[in-house]
Design a protein around this ligand. Structure first.
Ligand code: ZN
Length: 448
């Protein structure tokens, strides 16, 4: 089922909508926002210069620091009076990033979220437990608006409240979940301890976003809960969740709501625009936003786009599951390394859980990587063992089972990532759980 016929329009119809909206957006920004006007003037671009979609390449990029530098409201295009809702990122370092929505922006957000939910097969018959945090974080209210728009029964429980989450899933007959994958797996652990069999509940759909997760994690979640798990993508700066989402027919690649969010892929090193199909950094221009439209915003997310026809009938361009973030990319001994790559490796092994933390440090001039992984309850009572490199004589364990797990993990990580890491198995529950985005790595090298 498709929520809005525009999702299946022809390429030329889509391009015509995009060009109209792009021209209007650039015109509005130029007229109403002095910061942007100055930048466009400096780049020698006037709104009238945007005659085709390719002319977007003449416009300078916007980056996260532009939002911080213009904190809180200097990139707003609408007046403060027109703003009806504010959101912000958590801003763990320095000032947060603020976004303002007009009434039309909230309507657009509801619309794109309604499309995403419909695309995953969620309907007015569903009971939707919204586990995303409500508040300044966009996840909670974004999913809430989408749920209301399609007429689902929304349970606005927000994050946390682990035991109550499970109680409501049982008592309210929850069918759909909106949640981060790491918190969902945490709910599973707690539920299993409580003796809950999630497969016996009514759960059938989970929309998972706001952090990286792999295909192996999808299999694990689907198997554990007896539901279908879909990837949904978004970011606060652009609108929050609802920028793109998988469809249940293909469950492979996220259809971008490109009549509102115009995507490009660029070479992150040079800024050069790349053709459809190439992997690079994802860039969005919001072409239907009033409060704080952004021109060519660099997301730092690495992916590729595809215009291959989809079995669901949508013609919206697709983006692949993210392969990483340019700012999460660590360079270890000269090798590019995304901590998220570890996850799919861990999930192939018995005896360990997907709760992991990558710790990078420097001993002298040498970068060292430690991967801490929680063992399953089966190993909980056994001592924790360590191993360094592949050389067997350095193994300090005399416990065969955990030693074999560690050896296999070190080998597989070396195969996939190309570097030798130290694997430390830690007891269950010792790696901090997140109720929002999971923090998967710590880089201590800068502190030295
Ligand atoms: Zn599709």
């Amino acid at each position: 089922m498709i929520w809005n016929s525009v999702e299946a329009c022809s390429r030329s119809e889509m391009q015509s909508i995009q060009l109209d909206r792009l021209q209007k957006t650039v015109g509005d920004i130029y007229d109403k926002n002095p910061v942007y006007k100055k930048r466009l003037d400096e780049a020698g671009v006037k709104p009238a210069d945007i005659k085709s979609l390719d002319d977007i390449r003449r416009i300078p990029f916007t980056v996260k620091d532009d939002l911080r530098d213009n904190y809180p409201f200097d990139l707003f295009t609408a007046s403060r009076e027109e703003i009806v809702e504010y959101h912000a990122t958590s801003g763990t370092t320095g000032k947060p990033i603020v976004v303002g929505y007009t009434r039309n922006d909230i309507e657009t957000w509801s619309e794109v979220m309604a499309r995403c939910m419909t695309s995953c097969g969620i309907t007015s018959k569903d009971v939707l437990q919204n586990i995303y945090g409500y508040g300044l974080f966009t996840g909670g209210l974004g999913a809430h608006y989408g749920g209301l728009k399609i007429g689902a029964g929304v349970i606005p429980i927000s994050g946390g409240n682990t035991q109550k989450q499970i109680m409501l899933m049982q008592d309210f007959g929850t069918t759909s979940l909106t949640v981060t994958p790491s918190f969902l797996m945490y709910l599973y652990e707690v539920g299993v301890e409580m003796g809950v069999d999630f497969k016996k509940l009514n759960l059938r759909t989970a929309l998972l976003g706001s952090e990286f997760w792999t295909e192996s994690m999808r299999e694990k979640i689907q198997e554990s809960f007896g539901l279908k798990a879909y990837d949904i993508y978004g970011l606060t700066e652009i609108t929050g969740p609802g920028v793109s989402c998988e469809c249940h027919e293909a469950q492979n690649g996220m259809h971008i709501n490109e009549d509102y969010f115009y995507p490009e892929i660029i070479n992150p090193a040079t800024g050069e625009a790349l053709p459809v199909g190439d992997e690079g950094e994802l860039v969005f221009t919001t072409i239907g936003k009033e409060g704080q439209p952004l021109l060519r915003y660099r997301t730092r997310d690495i992916t590729s786009l595809s215009l291959e026809p989809c079995v669901c009938g949508r013609t919206l361009i697709k983006m692949k599951k993210l392969t990483g973030r340019t700012d999460d990319m660590l360079i270890i001994r000269g090798v590019n390394f995304f901590p998220s790559q570890i996850e799919s490796i861990i999930l192939k092994h018995q005896g360990v859980t997907p709760n992991y933390l990558v710790v990078v440090d420097r001993q002298g001039t040498l970068d060292e990587v430690e991967v801490r992984i929680e063992v399953t309850a089966q190993y909980a009572t056994k001592p924790v063992h360590e191993v360094f490199n592949e050389s067997a004589d350095q193994i300090v364990s005399d416990e065969m089972a955990t030693r074999d797990i560690v050896k296999a993990l070190v080998r597989d990580i070396k195969d996939v990532v190309g570097i030798t890491v130290k694997v430390t198995l830690v007891p269950p529950g010792t790696i901090p759980r997140s109720e929002g985005k999971a923090k998967r790595y710590i880089d201590n090298r800068q502190k030295r």
